[in-house]
Design a protein around this ligand. Structure first.
Ligand SMILES: Nc1ncnc2c1ncn2[C@@H]1O[C@H](COP(=O)(O)OP(=O)(O)OP(=O)(O)O)[C@@H](O)[C@H]1O
Ligand SMILES: [Mg+2]
Length: 502
C-alpha cells in the first residue's frame, strides 16, 4: 500500500496553474525523485505535502486515510518534514533555537531549557557531521551548514517522510558527499525520501523511482532501472536537447582587466591568507573560468573584484588600464563590474519588489530620458529580459517571490546583463537552473562575449566550465595551481591541479 497517495491535485494562482490534476503514489521506504523544468510545479507540490500551502483542490491520502494539513505543524505531526529550496531559518537565532523553533522545551516553571536544547541540537548536528556550535547564530554560517540545520530540524521531528527540495544546489562537493551519507543513514532507518533535483546524476544515484512533472502536469513515474537520463530529459522538456555547441573560437581583443598579486588576509586563521598572490588578466570577448574545490577561494576572489570582501584585499586591480580599488559593491558597479552571486536569497533578490523592478534596478539611468524616468522604457527593458531569458512569470508586475527558484535566478542574471557591464562576474550562475534553460544561458553568455564583454565564471560543475571558457584557471587553498587553454583543459587535469598542495 502506498504511504502517501497524491490524488488529482490542482493549484491555481492568478494567471498561472502551478499544478494541474497531479496524481501519483509514494511507497514506504523508497527514495522518490521528482524532476521537471523550472516552474514545472515541483516546489508547489512539496509545499502542499508539507502543509505550507493549505488551499488546493484534490486530496492527499496518508496510509489510506484522507489527510488535510492546515499548516506545517499538522504535516509535522503526521511525520512529514521538508527542507525548502530557499532555506527557511531565522538568521538572528542560534542553530539550536532554529532546530527547536516553535517546540521549545520548557521546564515545569515554563523556563526554556536552553542547555537541554543545545545538547540535543549538538547531538543531531554531530550525526550529520556538522561541526558548528549549537549556539552559533545561523546568519553567520555557510549555506551548507545552514542546510544541515534544516535537516537536523527534520530529524528532531522523527519524520517518517523527508522532502528535500534541491538540497545540493548550494553545497560544495565535500558537503554533497556528506549529505549522501546522511541520506543513506536515514534510509536505513526506513525514512521515505522525496528528492527534487536538476542534477540527473544525483537522481540516478539516489532514487528508486522518478516522477516527471511538466507545466504543472504529471507526465510519468519510472523505475530507475528501467530508464536513463536522456529519456528523463526528453520527458521533462518534451523535446530533445542538443548538446550545446558554442561555435568557433571567440576572438579576444584588448585587455579589460588585470589582477596582480592579489591577496586576501584571513585574520585569526592558521593559513593567514584566503587568497595569496593571484595574478591573471582578462580580455574583452573572453570567458575565463575558475575551477577549484570547496574553500579554494573562488567566491572570495569574485567578491574581492566586486568590492564585497569582508577584509581588504592587497595587490593591484587594473580596469581598462586604470588602477582601481573598490571598497563597496556600489563603487565596483559604477566602474562597470557586475556580480551574479551564488546565494541569491541573501545577496541578489529584493523580495519586496516585483519581477520588473528586480530586473531594471541596476540600469535605471538607461531608462531615464531627459532626467525623467521613462516608465514605458523601463517596462520595455524588463519585458525584453523576461523574453530573452525565458523567465516564466505571470508578468513583470508579479512578485519576485512568486517565481520558481530557477526563474528567480534567471531574473537576476537578466538584471546584470541589462546593466551593460564591462566585466561580468558569474559565481556558479546556473545553480538550480534546468537543462534547457542552461543551454540557453550558455548561448546568451557566448553572444554577449562576442559583443565584447569580458566574463569571469566559476562553477561547481566542470563540464559547464569546459563548455563555456576560453581559459580555465585552477585555485587550490587560495593559490593558483593551474592554467589551461580550452584545448588543453580536461576534467582530469583540472581535478589534479585542484588538489595540488604545496
Ligand atoms: N505564490 C505564488 N504566486 C503566484 N505564482 C506562483 C506562486 N508560487 C509558485 N507560483 C508559480 O507556479 C509555478 C510553479 O512553481 P514552482 O515553484 O512549483 O516550480 P518548480 O518546479 O519548483 O521550479 P524550480 O525548478 O525553478 O524551482 C511557477 O510558474 C510559479 O511562478
Ligand atoms: Mg522549486
Amino acid at each position: 500500500m502506498p504511504l502517501i497517495s497524491i490524488r488529482h491535485i490542482t493549484k491555481r494562482y492568478p494567471g498561472v496553474t502551478a499544478l494541474n490534476d497531479v496524481s501519483f503514489d509514494l511507497l514506504p521506504g523508497e527514495c522518490h525523485a521528482v524532476v521537471g523544468e523550472n516552474g514545472a510545479g515541483k516546489s508547489t507540490l512539496m509545499k502542499i505535502l508539507s502543509g505550507v500551502i493549505p488551499d488546493y483542490d484534490g486530496e492527499i491520502h496518508l496510509d489510506g486515510q484522507a489527510a488535510r494539513f492546515l499548516g506545517t505543524r499538522d504535516a509535522e505531526a503526521a511525520g512529514i518534514g521538508i527542507i525548502h529550496q530557499e532555506l527557511n531559518l531565522v538568521e538572528q537565532l542560534s542553530a539550536a533555537a532554529n532546530i527547536f523553533l516553535g517546540r521549545e522545551r520548557h521546564g515545569r516553571l515554563g523556563w526554556l531549557h536552553e542547555r537541554e536544547m543545545e545538547d540535543a541540537a549538538g547531538k543531531l548536528l554531530a550525526q550529520l557531521e556538522c561541526h558548528v556550535s549549537p549556539r552559533a547564530k545561523v546568519g553567520t554560517l555557510r549555506v551548507g551548514d545552514q542546510q544541515l540545520i534544516e535537516i537536523a530540524k527534520a530529524l528532531s521531528l522523527d519524520a517518517e517522510v523527508l522532502i528535500m527540495d534541491e538540497p545540493t544546489s548550494a553545497l560544495t562537493e565535500t558537503e554533497v558527499a556528506r549529505l549522501y551519507r546522511v541520506i543513506g543513514k536515514l534510509r536505513e532507518r526506513g525514512v521515505t525520501i522525496v528528492y527534487i533535483s536538476h542534477k540527473l546524476d544525483e537522481v540516478f544515484r539516489l532514487a528508486n523511482r522518478i516522477t516527471i512533472l511538466r507545466d504543472g502536469r504529471f507526465v510519468k513515474t519510472l523505475d530507475r532501472a528501467a530508464t536513463n537520463a536522456s529519456e528523463i530529459t526528453q520527458l521533462m522538456v518534451g523535446r530533445e536537447i542538443a548538446s550545446v555547441d558554442l561555435g568557433g573560437e571567440r576572438c579576444a581583443a584588448d585587455e579589460v582587466l588585470r589582477v596582480e598579486n592579489l591577496s586576501l588576509p584571513w585574520p585569526g586563521h592558521a593559513r593567514a591568507w584566503r587568497l595569496k598572490n593571484i595574478s591573471f588578466h582578462l580580455k574583452r570577448g573572453e570567458i575565463l573560468g575558475f575551477a577549484g574545490l570547496m574553500g579554494a577561494g573562488r567566491t572570495e576572489l569574485l567578491e574581492c573584484l566586486f568590492g564585497a570582501s569582508a577584509d581588504r584585499p592587497q595587490g593591484n586591480i587594473v580596469l581598462e588600464g586604470r588602477a582601481v580599488q573598490f571598497h563597496t559593491p556600489a563603487a565596483a558597479k559604477q566602474a562597470g563590474m557586475a556580480l551574479v552571486t551564488e546565494d541569491r536569497k541573501r545577496l541578489g533578490l529584493f523580495a519586496r519588489m516585483n519581477v520588473g523592478h528586480n530586473i531594471t534596478m541596476c540600469s535605471l539611468p538607461e531608462a531615464t530620458s531627459t532626467g525623467l524616468l521613462s516608465r514605458p522604457r523601463e517596462r520595455q527593458m524588463a519585458e525584453g529580459s523576461v523574453a530573452q531569458l525565458g523567465v516564466k512569470t505571470a508578468g513583470i508586475r508579479a512578485a519576485i517571490t512568486s517565481l520558481s527558484g530557477g526563474n528567480q535566478q534567471k531574473a537576476i542574471i537578466g538584471r546584470w546583463l541589462l546593466a551593460r557591464p564591462k566585466v561580468l562576474l558569474l559565481d556558479d550562475p546556473t545553480r538550480g537552473v534546468d537543462v534547457g534553460a542552461k543551454a540557453e544561458l550558455y548561448q546568451l553568455i557566448d553572444r554577449l562575449c562576442r559583443d565584447g564583454l569580458g566574463v569571469i565564471v566559476t562553477s561547481s560543475e566542470l563540464p559547464e566550465l569546459l563548455t563555456l571558457c576560453d581559459r580555465i584557471l585552477v585555485l587550490c587553498e587560495g593559490r593558483l595551481t593551474g592554467e589551461f587553454t580550452r584545448a588543453e583543459a580536461t576534467e582530469e587535469r583540472i581535478m589534479h591541479a585542484a588538489t595540488l598542495r604545496e
